[in-house]
Design a binder for this molecule. Structure first.
Ligand code: SAH
Ligand code: MG
Length: 212
């Protein structure tokens, strides 16, 4: 038996931090945005080993568009050695730093999504500063410290097209559930700006629609 790879099985087998129900919700929200704004590309900040990227890439294929997947692939603060979310398998021993790019590339390949996922290797604020194309869907799951989260809000929310969606991961309104910056620096400011309204919530995933 051959045929198209089972992209969802690849996503579930890929290292990372996206629970299945939230990945499915991300996929559904992106499909919706792709109907509202056909042809416009999508963008993810924070791909790690490509787990969430596969859910987005599969939706992009279904809608005939592409997802730009931005990551420097050196890991967030919370992924480094000694931190809670560290995985020694993703360290490049030659340079002594994390390198998730080979894992990302393998996941996108194995899911059969190389025509629909464009890896952008670099720091999110640097890429955002040079970005000019309106995006139908932006998914922010990059650095969860205060400064990276603030920079992602400032850098990417202006590029969400009106009628498009902004998805944010690891939004924890209750501090007992997890770190604050995605909630305080991205989710709350987006709603308070009046430019976005809440569309859906699944676990720690929030999807907002740009209305203005
Ligand atoms: N979405 C992934 C998890 C992302 S983890 C999944 O589904 O599993 C966060 C990622 O953000 C890491 O890979 C890290 O390298 C990246 N990152 C953190 N800060 C960044 C920045 N300023 N620019 C680019 N990438 C960044
Ligand atoms: Mg996350």
């Amino acid at each position: 038996m051959s045929g198209a790879p089972d992209w969802r099985a690849v996503a579930l087998a890929t290292k990372g931090f996206m629970p299945a129900d939230e990945g499915d919700a991300l996929h559904a929200a992106a499909l919706d945005a792709g109907v509202r704004l056909p042809g416009a590309p999508w963008l993810e900040v924070g791909s790690y080993c490509g787990r969430s990227t596969v859910w987005l890439g599969a939706a992009a294929r279904e809608r005939g568009t592409v997802v730009f997947a931005v990551d420097h692939h050196r890991g967030s603060e919370e992924n480094q050695a000694g931190w809670e979310h560290h995985d020694p398998e993703v360290v490049d021993l030659r340079v002594g730093r994390m390198d998730t790019l080979p894992f990302f590339r393998a996941a996108v390949h194995d899911a059969g999504l190389e025509d629909h996922v464009v890896g952008v290797i670099g720091r999110s604020p640097v890429v955002a500063a040079h970005w000019a194309t309106p995006l139908a869907f932006v998914f922010i799951d990059g650095g969860h410290g205060e400064e990276p989260a603030r920079a992602d809000y400032a850098g990417w929310t202006p590029h969400v097209a009106i009628g498009g969606s902004l998805a944010i991961h690891d939004v924890f309104p209750d501090p007992n559930d997890g770190g604050r910056p995605p909630y305080e620096q991205i989710f709350v400011p987006a709603l308070e700006s009046g430019r976005f309204r809440l569309e859906s919530a699944t676990g720690s995933l929030r999807v907002l629609r740009r209305v203005d």
